[in-house]
Design a protein around this ligand. Sequence first.
Ligand SMILES: Nc1ncnc2c1ncn2[C@@H]1O[C@H](COP(=O)(O)OP(=O)(O)OP(=O)(O)O)[C@@H](O)[C@H]1O
Ligand SMILES: [Mg+2]
Length: 321
Amino acid sequence: MTEPPAETAIGAVDLHKTYKSPRGDVPAVRGIDLDVRPGEFFGLLGPNGAGKSTTIGMLTTLVVPTSGSARVCGFDVTRQSVEVKRRIGMVSQNNTLDTDLSAFENLEFRGRYFGMSGRDARRRADELLEMFNLTDRRGAEPMEMSGGQAKRLMICRALVHRPEVLFLDEPTAGLDPQTRVNLWEVLRELQKDGQTIVLTTHYMEEAEALCDRVAVVDHGRILASGTVEELKGSAGADTVLTVAYDGPVPDDVSGLRDRDGISKVELSDGQVRVFAHEPDGLLGELVALGSSAGVSVTDASQLRPSLETVFLTLTGREYRE
Ligand SMILES: Nc1ncnc2c1ncn2[C@@H]1O[C@H](COP(=O)(O)OP(=O)(O)OP(=O)(O)O)[C@@H](O)[C@H]1O
Ligand SMILES: [Mg+2]
């Protein structure tokens, strides 16, 4: 089996995970390759159930791969899991703060767990509270904190031992838009200080806003990866125009397939979806073709090239959060 190269922050080769459940096998991850460089902000983007948490679980040694291999900071996630754990920080999807401890104590205890002296652990805790603007919540218990504050505290806790790689599983899920944007700022600052970050998200705009590179995941596989610009320049370079008629799609619409600047025309019951490099005038034309055939357009939408159109082009499905 090929080994991932050691000099990358994360290298995964053909990772698989199949969960055994009473109702049968669940193939959650079906052959994922990854290559994340030090200092990079890398995103796994995909809808619910795509396999994002399972992938992160394997990279953070919490989930044992069914096959394939991965190295994090040069260490094998299954054979050298202790070495890996020492070098990573993880912020999971759920709130896992200790509810019996104050914000400060949550951090202090984590420092002690990683072998710091009491003095060092307390100093580091206060330093992080300061960095993340939580000093005035120092004595608060997690239940008394807002969603955004709790999430920031979880990030602090993941950073106590100065990990080389920080993993964040859906860090802004459930937060209101303003809190989300604030958290984006926090994460950008961390990266600016050299922190390697891997996050999962099902928000396309989050991946676009933060990540140097993105892997689009669906049904346990990577559909495409690269910078957002590269992704848009490849599979999703098209504008996608969707038009619904109040009757059958006019026959002449299929003729658009042969035209320059149009890469795909998908027909379904009363609806047509056109993938076009040059969308100018297309809507008017679809309306006119409808009138000649005695049907009217009842709905129309146009998606400019974006991660959304990349997903649509690759899967044939609309991306739903
Ligand atoms: N412990 C488990 N046992 C059985 N099946 C599981 C387990 N954990 C996850 N799955 C299944 O594996 C698939 C991938 O799940 P996973 O949680 O990795 O996806 P995800 O991309 O993180 O989704 P979400 O956006 O909902 O968090 C899903 O079909 C899920 O139901
Ligand atoms: Mg998940």
